[in-house]
Design a protein around this ligand. Structure first.
Ligand code: S3P
Length: 447
């Protein structure tokens, strides 16, 4: 059943919060711990619907995963090449990262895996991983159009590959690196544009034979396969893509100051902070430190006057999930914000260019779009609002418009906020604890 929510003008947001664990790191921690020999412990795991689907997938492949009373997960892995034949199909829910990375893991083990997902995931392209995984020797069938359901018969005698990413995608890169683990010899992925590097970092921590170098074509990552992974303890830092929402609210709502503790600040993920600094945001990075091979820090944001800017295409991979909230911020800023090189947004949980453009227009904001760009005319203050927004089963569209409602003259309703549980189950309670007015619509109320 759809879960509508409404947000209303709010001011004086204040407090110190922690956002849940990073989604990308959580998926990878579960997958690698479930593949390693021995017992790994994962603390700070994001226990959202997406990650729980990955936990269930790895259990179906024969790993043992258990949540302890204190929230730490203990995982005993199968060993490289040790996956069991799963019974029936594996459902990945809404999660592109889950399905694409597990596809890499199973592509080089001789088992048959049938993968399904919800209506949103079943529209997303799988061809981008099917092409390289078939080069390893896997046999893969998808629905017409290269979508789920997908059946993978893993290669019995996989062969290593060298592959240049045609799209800047950490999911495609990771699927290949994970397939390489059970492949003899050296597999190399070349990425012309750097994308998030959590798979590489975590593979090192689990003892994989992996190295990187930089050539004219870009970054080359090479894995020598068939080496066992050893168990490793992982502490998952806070997700910068979730932190983006309270951060944006603090910048836009009058008289606000909010601190968000323990946020991942890996440079492949901090494009939004750079962009907001260029727009004039008062965001301070406090206490930057190294934790478990990643940089983390605390973010302090206060109400700021923001100016529109051009966000260059080369920055897109480092803030790819942050464009919905940036578009909301741009609507409130002074002047025009232009976002370039964002074609990948068309194949996320929804077509995010179309969803943001339609929602902003309904709230009284002028937006222009092309195949891979978007321009938002900032209102320079409160948005008219007063619309009911279609979220298209996309958690980040839902959260972006709920934040926009906090700086709107008339309340903003989202038609279905249920998908927020895929990445940030405590979003509403966290925002309310800061003073944000987000609630269930009154019975019979019109947006
Ligand atoms: C992710 C990579 C990105 C991102 C997604 C998580 C990952 O997708 O949008 O939310 O964990 O590797 P692409 O690799 O498709 O760009």
């Amino acid at each position: 059943m759809a879960q509508p929510l409404v947000s209303q003008f709010s001011h004086s947001l204040s407090g110190t919060v922690r956002v849940p664990g990073d989604k990308s790191i959580s998926h990878r921690a579960v997958m690698l711990a479930a593949t390693a020999i021995g017992e790994s412990r994962i603390s700070g795991l994001l226990e959202s619907a997406d990650v729980i689907h990955t936990v269930q997938a790895m259990a179906a492949l024969g790993a043992h995963l258990e949540r302890d009373a204190d929230g730490t997960w203990t995982v005993s892995g199968t060993g490289i090449g040790g996956y069991a034949q799963p019974e029936g199909s594996i459902d990945f829910g809404n999660s592109g990262t889950g399905v694409r990375l597990v596809a890499g893991l199973v592509a080089t083990t001789p088992i048959k895996t049938i993968m399904t997902g919800d209506a949103s995931l079943s529209r997303r392209p799988m061809g981008r991983i099917v092409t390289p995984l078939e080069l390893f020797g896997a046999r893969i069938d998808t629905a017409p159009g290269g979508t789920l359901p997908m059946r993978i018969i893993g290669a019995k005698d996989p062969v290593p590959i060298t592959y240049t990413l045609p799209v800047p995608s950490a999911q495609v890169k990771s699927a290949i690196l994970l397939a390489a683990l059970n492949t003899p010899g050296e597999t190399t992925v070349i990425e012309p544009v750097a994308t998030r590097d959590h798979t590489e970092k975590m593979l090192k921590a689990f003892g994989a034979d992996i190295r990187e170098d930089f050539g004219e074509e870009g970054r080359r990552i090479t894995v020598r396969g068939e080496k066992e992974l050893h168990a490793c303890d992982i502490h998952v830092p806070g997700d910068p893509s979730s932190a983006a929402f309270p951060l944006a609210a603090a910048l836009m709502c009058p008289d606000s100051r909010v601190t968000i503790r323990n946020v991942l600040l890996n440079p492949t993920r901090t494009g939004l902070i750079q962009t907001l600094h260029e727009m004039g945001a008062e965001i301070r990075i406090l206490n930057p430190r190294q934790e478990g091979g990643e940089i983390v820090g605390d973010l302090e944001a206060s109400t700021s006057r923001l100016e529109g800017i051009v966000v260059p295409a080369e920055r897109a991979p480092s803030m790819i999930d942050e464009y919905p909230i940036l578009a909301a911020i741009a609507a409130h800023a002074h002047g025009v914000t232009r976002m370039e090189g964002i074609g990948e947004l068309r194949v996320k949980e929804s077509d995010r260019i179309a969803a943001m453009a339609a929602g902003l227009a309904a709230c009284g904001v002028t937006v222009r779009t092309g195949e891979d760009w978007m321009e938002v005319d900032g209102i320079g203050g409160c948005i008219p609002g007063g619309a009911c927004i279609e979220t298209h089963m996309d958690h980040r569209i839902a959260m972006a418009f709920l934040v926009l409602g906090l700086v709107s003259r008339a309340p903003v309703t989202v038609n279905d906020a249920a998908m927020i549980a895929t990445s940030f189950p405590a979003f509403v309670s966290l925002m309310r604890s800061l003073g944000a007015r987000i609630s269930e619509p009154q019975q019979g109320a019109e947006a």
